[in-house]
Design a protein around this ligand. Structure first.
Ligand SMILES: *[C@@H]1O[C@H](CO)[C@@H](O)[C@H](O)[C@H]1NC(C)=O
Length: 412
């Protein structure tokens, strides 16, 4: 160990960060997934060994330093800080009854876009609020994105208003999460419902409006979810539909490049939106689930197990961030940056989530998701009281709370 002096460790550290960063960038932009820590370290050591044959450590450190400075300069240099003007650009946003869609419609209207906002219910509170608070540029359209003829009608209405100028932006926001729970305890209608709206609905809208988007060399912005990239517990139905959506969107990105249509994904952390804070809605869903499950299954898991899951999600929703501005701001940047990014992580904690998912061993990342996201204390009833199945939950919960606070602070 004596011949490994301090400069060696410094340069190995710097090299590791640079190689890891480059690897992450290359893989993230092409595959949408970062390599595990092992691959990162393996490549670093390989590169280090190869270079060590030709260069002394001090010289290599100097070269790396110069490269880093040049890279930083290049990054800040040609990237214009100013955004394109919103004036005269038309944007269609789906799912504007509440939540992100409603907030985005208001914000994009306020900064000068010509907004086409689709809502499920034209006489609902959200639609009426948009009508009341937004400019005369805003057009409300009644669209259930799972109904092709309604999507088609919206296309005709939009075309009639836009004429030849085409559509600058499509913001695919409409999405649902029908209910939460273990896969075995989720109804097939939950999986189908999520797929119908989040995947097939978004696909149908995107296909329909593509001619207008190609005409304007516009942009497609899709609100997806980290649950589409990472296995969050109890979110399989929602997550699987978002995973399918992510693949679709990433494929479209390649195909639309020659047309000059840019494609971005927004990945928000948890925010207080839509039905998430509607207590009565979740109680209804829960009752319906209890009635629909086979008695034997209910017996194995126990009603209290299901109730705990529901309560945890409700408290999660109550504590979620009510300030949606990180998402609306990310959408503005995706719409108006001269060179938009492939994906925007929006909200505190989501960057760290992706880092842990991408770089930590599987055992760590899955534990992180399980313990940070859902702090379940109950086991399924059939497993209770069996030796060897005890979980040390109190310990993890404590760690967890501390970590959680650290994460939020670090990322603000
Ligand atoms: C639309 O909203 C209005 C007002 O809130 C409500 O009375 C009506 O039932 C809603 N329609 C549908 C189809 O949900």
């Amino acid at each position: 160990m004596e011949d490994y002096a301090l400069p060696f460790w410094i340069y190995l550290g710097v090299l590791s960060v640079l190689v890891g960063g480059a690897l992450k960038k290359v893989l993230a932009s092409h595959l949408g997934a970062a390599p595990p820590l092992v691959a990162w370290l393996g490549v670093t050591v390989l590169v280090e060994r190869l270079w060590a044959f030709c260069l002394p450590a001090a010289l290599l450190l100097l070269l790396l330093g110069i490269a880093a400075v040049l890279y930083a300069a290049a990054r800040t240099g040609p990237q214009p800080a100013t955004l394109l003007p919103a004036h005269g650009k038309a944007v269609l946003i789906t799912g504007c009854d509440s939540g992100f869609g409603n907030a985005m419609a208001k914000h994009l209207d306020a900064i000068g876009f010509e907004v086409f906002a689709t809502v499920l219910n034209l006489s609902g509170d959200g639609a009426r609020e948009l009508q009341r608070t937004c400019s005369a540029r805003l057009t409300l359209l009644q669209v259930d994105i799972t109904q092709p003829q309604q999507v088609q009608q919206a296309l005709l209405d939009t075309e009639a208003k836009l004429g030849l100028k085409g559509l600058w932006g499509l913001v695919n926001n409409a999405g649902v999460c029908v209910n939460f729970g273990d896969v075995e305890l989720s109804l097939m209608s939950n999986f189908r419902g999520c797929m119908d709206v989040n995947f097939f609905g978004t696909l149908s809208v995107t296909k329909s409006f593509l001619p207008l988007l190609r005409q304007a060399k516009g942009r497609i912005i899709t609100i997806s979810s980290p649950a589409g990239d990472q296995p969050f517990p109890c979110l399989a139905a929602y997550g699987a539909s978002k995973a399918a959506l992510n693949l679709l969107i990433n494929t479209l990105r390649h195909e639309l490049e020659p047309w000059g249509v840019q494609v971005c994904t927004i990945l928000p952390s948890s925010f207080k939106t839509g039905q998430a804070s509607d207590h009565a809605y979740w109680e209804r869903q829960h009752k319906q689930l209890l009635q629909s499950l086979p008695p034997a299954l209910l017996e194995d898991y126990g009603e209290d197990y299901l109730t705990e899951t529901k309560d945890l999600f409700q408290s999660h929703a109550r504590q979620a961030n009510p300030d949606l501005s990180p998402v609306t701001e990310a959408v503005v940047r995706a719409l108006l940056a001269p060179r938009p990014k492939v994906r925007y992580l929006a909200g505190p904690g989501v960057g760290l989530m992706y880092f842990i998912h991408g770089y930590c061993p599987f055992s760590v990342s899955s534990r992180f998701l399980q313990k940070l996201f859902l702090k379940k204390k109950l086991k399924p009833r059939a497993l209770r009281g069996r030796p060897g199945f005890e979980l040390d939950l109190s310990l993890h919960n404590n760690n967890n709370n501390n970590n959680n606070e650290g994460v939020e602070q670090e990322l603000k």
